[in-house]
Design a protein around this ligand. Structure first.
Ligand code: HEC
Length: 148
């Protein structure tokens, strides 16, 4: 049964490629749905699992999905010419908590404080609640000790 798997993979690739465009209204709807799915205030770093960190790592580095955080924040999260360091204890937009990072990823940054460009919501393409939480967990783990 190898053929159906290949077909599914091809479908995923096509969807990912189309998702790169971002600003369609269907994306906005998907992003809205994500808001309702998880209340950031209830996110507890103690619940972060190794599986979640691995998924977040892949998402951050653009290995799956249409968004690559590393494109702006750098492969090690230490920032670059267009986006800030996510590994230090300085947070420009929040207290750097798990929930705050989760929220930040969703809203993006329309009014940057130090850099010239903006960060689009979800870095460009909406994420499912599961992936949204995973990438937030990964970013949280860059600057905070997390049990792995
Ligand atoms: C197009 C470039 C770009 C992409 C892609 C991008 N960001 Fe950002 N990000 C920025 C900019 C610009 C800022 C705000 C800088 C400022 O305020 O001067 C920012 C800020 C942040 C902050 C807040 C940092 C702080 O100090 O408070 C977090 C957290 C963050 N990004 C996470 C992510 C994650 C996770 C992804 C991938 C899902 C991502 N970013 C994708 C450009 C980007």
């Amino acid at each position: 049964m190898r053929h159906p798997i290949r077909l599914a993979l091809a479908t995923i690739l096509v969807v990912a490629a189309c998702g790169g465009g971002a600003e369609q209204s269907s994306d906005a709807t998907a992003a809205g749905a994500t808001v309702a799915a998880v209340d950031p205030a209830t996110l507890d770093p103690a619940t972060i699992t190794p599986q979640e960190l691995a998924l977040g790592d892949s998402l951050y580095h653009g290995l799956i999905g249409a968004t690559s955080c590393q494109a702006c924040h750098g492969p090690d999260g230490k920032g670059g010419t267009v986006a800030p360091d996510l590994t230090d204890s300085t947070w420009l937009h929040s207290d750097g908590s798990y929930g705050a990072i989760y929220k930040q990823i969703e809203t993006g940054v329309m009014q940057p404080k130090q850099y010239l460009g903006v960060m689009p919501p979800f870095g460009g393409a909406p994420l499912t609640p599961e992936k949204h939480r995973a990438v937030a967990a990964y970013v949280y783990s860059l600057a905070h000790p997390v049990k792995k």
